[in-house]
Ligand binder design. Structure first.
Ligand code: SAH
Ligand code: SF4
Ligand code: F3S
Length: 465
């Protein structure tokens, strides 16, 4: 491929949709583009290039992106503008996007970002010559982990750090294995070095990311045979990795998302429960509380196994907050089967539950094998019933925090007022308090005595240290 050289600093505006992995990927893309002389703007109107890093998980994720693309049409009529679609929708809907969206100049999937700078420069050149030609990079890779690329991070407190990419689980409803390809893990030594670098840059918290973060696996012996760095002659699993990251001097907090309930060996539970730097929060997606539906979903655990895992977590440390994801109205789900889910959510007492209507996705096993036969009205009704019940539970759990003093990491200004700080408790709850008289700075850990609590937020005052 021709390497096109840059003759002025083209301004790029990036919009990110979807999960934390996409936010991390946007940081990788910023790094790759910066290295080739691109600059960035928050203002879409001033951009030479607009990139959308997209999500494909549910239909409303698609709709959002189509909405933004429609807005760009008017802008593109007035002047030169290169439009790029990145991420999961680019990977999954390449044909559809190229047929129906003539304004898209560049498409790049999650494993193809190294090619993006050249594709953009070519698109700019082609457009300046008054021509039209689309650039596409949508190959999935079994190896790409962007190990050597240091993301251009914008958040000073938390740093996202992808430790593995892709997913081999093929849950029948889920598009991720098709948009992000096969599971692959990064070399642990590279991850530890990057954590040390993050500490040197002032980050206090690192969040380890993976579509299936706890199936992280790296065989250093194989690495040794391949001559890769980090050859230590032993195997690494997620328990070992997260402990090693949490042991890096200067790191105050380590979080991780998203784990799968099938990969929680005792060593991992012990690490989360016992290591002072690993946050006391586990996001444990349930999806359904009915065994027939779980089996149809391909989740590989039963209701009882899930509840046993919850018990195992709470026996080790009752302070660990649990959150979950639920899908309502999956193919053929009856009212009785839905009620099984309702009861599990009621019995476990999650700190928060993210509840979704089942949304059929192209290419998935469910789309090929099972009719999407629960009506929209029933799906919505089931979502509302769980959300209503969960709201009451979260409110009650949070009330129990009143009067306690909790270590809170300052993140920045509160959403509603810059005279208040917003921070996060160890268990991930949002905490808000008045700045008045506070000497705290983002990244600091401060003791907050809770005086009031809502469904999602704790309010309090800074206690004397
Ligand atoms: N890797 C994570 C899931 C990431 S997707 C895991 O296994 O937990 C985040 C959530 O989106 C999922 O947990 C699921 O609840 C929801 N989701 C995924 N596909 C969906 C679909 N087709 N319809 C509705 N919700 C879906
Ligand atoms: Fe999707 Fe299942 Fe993989 Fe999660 S584990 S990303 S839900 S296929
Ligand atoms: Fe969406 Fe892709 Fe993440 S589908 S949830 S952006 S992995």
């Amino acid at each position: 491929m021709n390497l096109v050289t840059i003759d002025r600093a083209y301004r790029v505006h990036i919009e990110t949709f979807g999960c934390q992995m996409n936010e991390y990927d946007t940081e990788l893309v910023r790094s790759l583009l910066k290295a080739r002389g691109f600059t960035f703007t928050e203002d879409r109107e001033r951009a030479d290039v607009v990139l959308m890093n997209t999500c494909a998980i549910r239909e409303n994720a698609h709709s959002k992106v189509y909405g933004h693309l429609a807005e760009l049409k008017a802008l593109k009529r007035q002047r030169h503008l290169v439009v790029g679609v990145l991420g999961c929708m680019a990977q999954n809907l390449k044909e559809e996007l190229t047929e129906t969206e003539p304004l898209v100049d560049v498409l790049a999937g999650p494993d193809s970002y190294r090619r993006l700078p050249d594709l953009l420069l070519q698109a700019i050149e082609v457009q300046e010559q008054g021509l039209k030609q689309r650039g596409m990079a949508v190959e999935l890779s079994e190896y790409e982990t962007y190990d050597d690329i240091l993301p251009e991070r914008t958040d000073g407190v938390n740093a996202w750090l992808a430790v593995m990419r892709g997913c081999d689980n093929f849950c029948s409803f889920c598009v991720v294995p098709y948009t992000r390809g096969r599971e692959r893990s990064r070399d642990p030594q590279g991850i530890i070095r990057e954590t040390e670098h993050l500490v040197a840059q002032g980050h206090k918290q690192v969040t380890l990311l993976g579509q299936n973060v706890n199936s992280y696996q790296f065989d250093a012996r194989e690495g040794a045979r391949l001559g890769a760095p980090g050859a230590g002659g032993c195997d690494w699993d997620f328990a070992r990795l997260i402990t090693a990251v949490a042991d890096v001097p200067g790191i105050e907090r380590v979080r991780f998302t998203s784990p799968h309930p099938k990969d929680f060996p005792p060593a991992l539970l012990d690490a989360v429960a016992g290591h002072p730097k690993i946050c006391k929060h586990i996001h444990l997606p349930l999806q359904s509380g009915n065994d027939r539906i779980l089996d149809l979903m391909g989740r590989s655990y039963t209701r009882t196994e899930y509840l046993d895992l919850v018990d195992g977590i709470r026996k080790r440390n009752a302070e660990i907050a649990l959150t979950t994801d639920i899908i309502c109205g999956f193919c053929s789900e009856t009212e009785e089967e839905f009620l099984d889910t309702y009861r599990v959510v009621q019995d476990v007492g999650f700190h928060a539950a993210y509840v979704f209507k089942y949304s059929e996705r192209k290419h998935t096993i469910a789309a090929r094998k099972y009719p999407d036969d629960v009506s929209e009205a029933i799906k919505s009704d089931r979502v509302v019933r769980i959300v209503d019940m969960q709201t009451g539970i979260a409110f009650r759990i949070n009330q129990e925090m009143i009067g306690r003093t909790i270590a809170t990491m300052v993140e920045g200004d509160a959403k509603r007022s810059s005279s208040q700080w917003k921070g996060r408790a160890d268990n991930s709850l949002t905490v808000v308090w008045e700045k008045d008289g506070s000497r705290a700075r983002p990244g600091d850990l401060v003791p907050i005595t809770v005086s009031r609590a809502s469904v999602t937020t704790l309010f309090g005052t800074e206690a004397p240290a």
